[in-house]
Design a protein around this ligand. Structure first.
Ligand code: ACO
Length: 386
């Protein structure tokens, strides 16, 4: 009988030039750069070029990419209509993003063109419009009108501007940009794998990215930072952390922001984000929260080691995501969508990579059901127990 590898743990299903996750050394390389080098220095647009073209852009290439992205920041009317409906229905922000994203194939000038150039244009459209979808939905849901994008602001600063209607402080825009760069790509994580599976059937990029949003929504993947922040606020003071965390584990709950399928040491992205949060909070003066988060982390790691000895449940990216995004002024409900605003760069790059050297992704399963059941006519059937 075939061995079932549940959760495909350890299965190598693709070659990629986009990122390397070394879970034992705690190292993340993004297209050749350690995340610690790339994330705090690059603009998000530079990282997009790096992933899509496998090279940092020259000044001319960067200007060209920006000029292609700017008009795509404005949503097509059909997309805005769906977002309005979603706001009226008060759906989850990730559902609104999924619905908005799905409409982006409307108006594709050549839907059957699967050339690299056509797909790059789709990638540009997706990456450029995500912040507008998220921000427009957010404002509409709060009873406010969407704020049109501003061409003179970079990707991260413009996202914050569209959320708040105010030009963000450079420190906040810089911290958000570091965040978007930090989470842009991360090996064959669940949402990226989803995107690659979809496009491996020779489906299209918008379908692949729409599916990836669905995968990212779950609390085991991109849905953790909101609950992680709630947890820190509920704890409130370091003295309360141990009892709170132990009670949570005793109820069989997981500590959000800890544990990872690949990392058995501290997630290197947590350190990049902790440093960015440290710099941001030093400016805004809200040191108390930063210090509380650090104290909770320390106690959580000890409590987790006692709870699952030898499992090496360490801090993951989501714990400091919560702190950083809160620091730049975002509310917890929008954290996962902001993750998608960053990760769309990786999803689209993986789609381009999969398309370059495609083979249908189609694993096998082991059948554990019955054979040769007796067929009964409808009137002779009884309800089964399950
Ligand atoms: N809190 C408590 N226990 C945990 C945690 C946690 N955060 N993480 C893992 N465990 C326990 C599990 O209960 C399990 O114990 P068991 O085997 O005795 O049942 C053991 O550690 C191993 O856990 P798995 O779920 O098998 O590990 P997996 O590799 O599948 O999980 C995951 C990784 C999903 C991230 C997990 O650690 C988790 O649920 N963490 C909390 C949610 C979270 O922070 N998600 C964000 C991840 S980062 C990202 O996707 C961007």
């Amino acid at each position: 009988m075939a061995t079932v590898i549940k959760g495909l743990e350890g299965v190598v299903a693709a070659e990629t030039r986009l990122s390397n996750v070394d879970g034992l050394a705690g190292e993340l390389t993004i297209a050749g750069f350690p995340v610690e080098t790339l994330a705090p220095r690059a603009s998000y647009e530079e990282v997009l070029h790096l992933l899509w073209r496998d090279a940092l852009p020259t000044a001319g290439q960067l200007a060209e990419l920006r000029s292609k992205m700017l008009p795509q920041r404005t949503l097509p009317p059909g997309t805005l209509e769906i977002i309005k409906e979603a706001a009226v229905a008060r759906v989850h922000p990730m559902d609104a993003l999924r619905m908005g994203c799905a409409t982006l194939s409307i108006g594709d000038p050549a839907p059957d063109d699967s050339s690299f150039a056509a797909n790059l244009d789709r990638a540009i459209k997706l990456a450029a419009s995500f912040p507008t979808i998220v921000a427009s939905f957010w404002r509409l849901k709060a009873g406010q009108t969407p704020v049109p994008p501003r061409d003179d602001l970079g990707h991260a600063a413009n996202y914050l501007y569209m959320l708040t209607g105010q030009e963000p402080a450079p420190a906040a825009a810089g911290a958000l940009e570091t965040y978007l760069n930090t989470v842009v790509d991360h090996g064959l994580n669940a949402s990226t794998f989803t995107a690659r599976v979809i496009v491996s059937t020779q489906s299209d990029m918008v379908s692949a990215v729409t599916g990836a949003i669905g995968a990212l929504k779950g609390p085991l993947h991109g849905g953790a930072p909101g609950p992680a922040l709630d947890m820190v606020f509920e704890i409130g003071r370091p003295e309360k952390a141990e009892a709170y965390l132990k009670a949570k584990l005793a109820r069989g709950e997981r500590l959000m922001g800890f544990g990872h399928r690949v990392y058995k040491v501290r997630d290197p992205r947590a350190e990049v984000l902790a440093q960015a949060a440290d710099a941001l909070f030093a400016r805004t003066g809200d040191r108390a929260l930063y210090e509380l988060v650090q104290a909770v982390e320390k106690i959580a790691l000890r409590v987790l080691e006692e709870h699952k000895p030898g499992r090496n449940l360490q801090t993951n990216v989501e714990f400091y995501t919560a702190l950083l995004l809160h620091g730049v002024g975002l509310e917890a409900d929008i954290f996962s969508s902001t993750f998608a605003v960053g990760r769309v760069g990786g999803w689209t790059a993986h789609v381009l990579e999969q398309q370059r050297d495609n083979r249908l992704i189609r694993p096998a399963s082991v059948y554990i059901g019955a054979f040769n059941r007796q067929w009964l006519p409808l009137e002779s059937r009884r309800e089964s127990a399950n």
